[in-house]
Design a protein around this ligand. Structure first.
Ligand code: ATP
Ligand code: MG
Length: 397
């Protein structure tokens, strides 16, 4: 790996995943390698043992180093998620530098003012997204509503220190769910301006809500595919690994197999009695999927009303990703519950082995890191130029 390489680390409930790559001049992400290691010290978005987590991250990086036969150099970005992230909206108001005109610098100052008004010495701001602009020409004031995501200093510092002791110097810590959404944003064919991006992993569901093309709300809910796996473990009396296999096997089958008396051979090494009726699996898995989706819906419904329904608008698409988002029945259930067009998305244009919804977060982090390396506008700032353009249109300048 050369100095321009980016290591994108996604701390997930199940696995720590790492992708190493670099953005080519044509914008494509060129991948050098990947690695993964079972996660320890992190449960459903909560760090329970920072040293154990740092060790898992180290192991995942070592996989990349061994696979690429090179030492880990370049920039390292780490994605986190869960209840340690605090998302809030804040308004920043500034007088424009030149009366009657709005510049990038004005918008940047308005965003800083918004951050300042919610600043808390115990939290570090990870991202600032301009979400909605209110431009008042009286006195040439610019008001920018921002979506701000922060995390406790103590947790970030503890994690950075533990990684530093393992020889890993971080260039940045980012919010995983937002990176997934921002990484795919504008890459999706026919993408509407108002949409919801949902990353369902093993233990956490990250939600990013876009209105008018801008991120206006985000959240990390402690829900995910582990809920289904745990139920299969109990219902079928199998190990966790075996339950995972059965879940993945089931998700490749058509729901039309129901009510046909079909019995599946779900045996693994060491078992002989796991001949399970398809209908039995269907009932366990689909009930849990329904519960997960209904909980996400209960969280999102009031927000949908707050942001759009009151203005007579609607969300036009839901994009699903994350390992659990790969289950066809999750997409079917989301369409049924939300009554909105739903698509499962994954990073395209990579070597086939990486094209999976579980890699969307790493792909988004890679893109974020590449833009920083190239001094391009990064997630959270990329929308600023759009905002300046809109502001100029409103001011007719
Ligand atoms: N093909 C598949 N069919 C069904 N489930 C799958 C499939 N692939 C992955 N999963 C499930 O997706 C989940 C893992 O997804 P992912 O890798 O996105 O989670 P994570 O990033 O480790 O965790 P989190 O983001 O929740 O902290 C597991 O519950 C796994 O069983
Ligand atoms: Mg994840």
């Amino acid at each position: 790996m050369d100095k321009k390489s980016i290591l994108a680390i996604d701390v997930g409930t199940g696995m720590v995943k790492v992708l190493a790559g670099r953005q080519e001049t044509d914008g494509r992400i060129e991948l050098y390698g990947s690695g993964a290691a079972p996660t320890a010290g992190y449960v459903r978005g909560v760090i329970t043992d920072v040293s154990a987590l740092a060790y898992s991250i180290r192991q995942a990086i070592e996989c990349v180093v061994m696979a690429t036969d090179s030492h880990a150099a370049g920039s390292v970005y780490l994605g986190i998620s869960g209840s340690m992230l605090v998302a809030q909206n804040s308004m920043g108001t500034v007088a424009t530098a030149t009366s009657g005109s709005v510049t990038n610098a004005d918008v940047e100052r308005a965003c800083k003012a918004a951050v300042f008004s919610v600043a808390n010495s115990e939290y570090e701001v990870l991202h600032v997204f301009p979400a909605k602009e209110v431009i008042t020409q009286l006195g040439a004031a610019l008001e920018v509503e921002t979506h701000i995501v922060s995390a406790p200093q103590s947790i970030l510092q503890g994690l950075s220190n533990a990684l530093s002791e393992s020889g890993i110097q971080l260039n940045g810590i980012v919010a995983s769910g937002i990176m997934a959404a921002e990484g795919m944003n504008k890459e999706l064919p026919g993408q509407p301006a108002n949409f919801i991006f949902i990353d369902i992993g093993a233990g956490v569901t990250d939600i990013s809500m876009y209105v008018g093309g801008c991120l206006c709300s985000s959240a990390s809910l402690p829900l995910g595919g582990d809920y289904i796996t745990n139920d299969l473990m109990q219902g079928l009396s199998v190990s966790r690994a075996h339950a995972e296999e059965i879940k993945r096997y089931y998700s490749r089958l058509s729901p039309n197999l129901r009510n046909q008396g079909i019995v599946l051979d779900c045996n693994d090494y060491g078992t002989v009695d796991k001949h399970i009726p398809f209908d039995f699996l269907y009932d366990i898995i689909e009930s849990r999927v329904d519960e997960i989706v209904t909980l996400v819906y209960s969280y999102l419904k009031p927000l949908q009303e707050e942001y759009l329904t009151n203005q007579g608008q609607a969300f036009e698409a839901i994009y699903l990703t994350g390992g659990c988002g790969a289950m066809p029945s999750v997409a079917t259930c989301v369409t049924k519950v939300f009554q909105i067009h739903t698509e499962t998305v994954k990073p395209e244009g990579l070597a086939a082995e990486y094209v999976h919804p579980a890699n969307t977060v790493c792909y988004g982090i890679l893109k974020h890191g590449s833009r920083i390396s190239a001094n391009e506008p990064v997630a959270g700032r990329s929308a600023w130029s759009l905002l300046v353009h809109k502001a100029k249109k409103l001011l007719k300048i």
